[in-house]
Design a binder for this molecule. Structure first.
Ligand SMILES: NC(=O)c1ccc[n+]([C@@H]2O[C@H](COP(=O)([O-])OP(=O)(O)OC[C@H]3O[C@@H](n4cnc5c(N)ncnc54)[C@H](OP(=O)(O)O)[C@@H]3O)[C@@H](O)[C@H]2O)c1
Length: 347
């Protein structure tokens, strides 16, 4: 019998709480330690998970010998500092997106993971979705012919502020592109994997909050690929509920996938995948319910299998770096009102 994989969780806020729940319910995973900043969050963690030790200083968690995987769900400006400490301690790492706020810091984590022989997976959990995953499989097997265009679109309510308001502070959040559009850049690159690498990005955005002109409520980007294919990534935070669409078209067919919920963290979403292979339109059955709470559980299970059996990671450090690079290019494009060549972000 294989022994359980012991997880330490750093960050116990809105999404960290969901990670804790996912770890606690995953077979062969055990939540042995939690770290949060405030006394109130630490008390909450102790009440919610009496079997886990709770630390106000994350370094006390990292020091433990018995932890196999550290799961970081911290405000984004802390990702590099804490992830570097985890990897230097030789622990496998599940790191929430955005991997880091700069390319230099992403490169540093990729290097540290290699040097210390640690697994590093970045939390782009949408890659585990039955809905987006089925669309990706259809594209990969040629159902639509050669892919030429992808639209990844989200219409939702405003972002939460986060602990101490970090999400509305440009220094700590990096940009709002690094918050949610980062997932959509990742998906666009994933859907169009066969079209080579992203070559350039042009982006624009605006906002409705005069207090935060640097944070875009409306954001759109066009990303071109080496092959001539392109993707449109677009999001508005000025809407209601949570409604996402993906459309991918190719030389012979098209896909139209959509997901809707009262909020992002619903367990009762509606979703569908319609597909056209050039001859007939069909509804592709998606039997496994999809949404970020479900994909988070699958991501924890994937991490367990990766440690136990060496199964592949779904989003490597290199993928996480690409996602950050696409967001930084988009932000630069908005600032300079010009198209940004992705070779600027090559390593
Ligand atoms: N993949 C996804 O779909 C997804 C979804 C949501 C969020 N995220 C990412 O997850 C991360 C966290 O987001 P969130 O919404 O959970 O934020 P949040 O609600 O603000 O939670 C942040 C947590 O970090 C804790 N913290 C801050 N500094 C700390 C430190 N030095 N040591 C230990 N804990 C510390 C806070 O503690 P206190 O509570 O004590 O202040 C809080 O518990 C962000 O990077 C975000 O981008 C990803």
């Amino acid at each position: 019998m294989t022994s359980s994989i012991k997880f330490g969780l750093i960050g116990y806020g809105a999404w960290g709480g969901c990670h804790a729940g996912a770890i606690a319910t995953t077979p062969d995973a055990e939540l042995v330690a939690i770290s949060a900043q405030s006394a109130a969050s630490c008390d909450r963690a102790r009440t919610d998970y009496p079997g886990a030790d709770v630390y106000q200083d994350y370094r006390d968690l990292i020091r433990r010998d018995d932890i196999d995987v550290v799961d970081i769900v911290l405000p984004s400006h802390l990702h590099h500092e804490v992830a570097a400490a985890v990897l230097k301690a030789g622990k496998h790492l599940l790191l929430e997106k955005p991997m880091c706020l700069s390319i230099t810091d992403c490169d540093d984590l990729i290097r540290l993971a290699k040097e210390n022989n640690c697994l590093l997976n970045v939390g782009h959990e949408l890659r585990l979705s039955s809905l987006w995953g089925t669309a990706k499989e259809l594209v990969a097997k040629g159902y639509i012919g050669t892919p030429q265009y992808a639209l990844v679109e989200l219409s939702r309510n405003p972002y939460r502020t986060g602990a101490d308001g970090w999400r509305y502070d440009i220094e700590r959040v990096g940009s709002w592109i690094l918050e949610e559009p980062i997932h959509f850049f990742d998906m666009a690159r994933w859907f169009l994997e066969g079209s080579g690498t992203p070559s350039s990005i042009y982006a624009t955005g605006n906002n409705r909050n005069p207090e935060h002109p640097e944070l875009q409520d409306n954001f759109s980007a066009i990303m071109k690929f080496d092959s001539g294919a392109y993707a449109v990534v677009t999001q508005t935070l000025s809407a209601f509920e949570h409604h996402q669409t993906v459309k991918v078209t190719g030389s012979k067919g098209a896909l139209w996938a959509s997901w809707s919920g009262a909020m992002d963290r619903t367990r009762e979403p509606s979703f569908s995948l319609r597909a056209f292979d050039g001859e007939k339109v069909e509804t592709i059955p998606i039997t496994k319910v999809t949404g970020e709470l479900f994909e988070l559980e699958d991501q924890i299970a994937m991490m367990v299998r990766a440690v136990q059996y060496g199964e592949p990671l779904t989003c490597t450090g290199e993928d996480g770096r690409w996602s950050v690079a696409m967001c930084l290019a988009a932000q630069k494009s908005i600032e300079t009102k010009s198209e940004i060549d992705m070779r600027e972000f090559a390593n």
